[in-house]
Design a protein around this ligand. Structure first.
Ligand code: SF4
Ligand code: SF4
Length: 67
């Protein structure tokens, strides 16, 4: 499964990530930020610039053991 990033609730809405993303993949929806994974190239720039260290690789939701 292709990894994707998510923004955790620690985000303080500083706007740094949205402004710096070269793909414009980070959007602000009301007071929350979201990453449009289809546009994200996983360049990691936002992860490195985030002052709250709150942009993380999303856990694989398909990890459940369904045996
Ligand atoms: S990893 Fe790169 S492309 Fe993806 S949201 Fe962050 S800055 Fe944008
Ligand atoms: S850089 Fe981090 S704290 Fe700032 S808006 Fe983006 S996710 Fe939130």
């Amino acid at each position: 499964m292709v990894p994707t990033l998510e923004i955790t609730p620690l985000c303080n809405s500083c706007d740094n990530c949205r402004l710096i993303c070269p793909e414009n993949a980070i959007i602000k929806v009301k007071d929350h930020y979201a990453i449009e994974s289809w546009a994200c190239t996983l360049c990691n720039i936002c992860v490195e610039i985030c002052p709250k260290n709150c942009i993380k690789l999303k856990k694989n939701l398909d990890d459940d053991d369904d045996s």
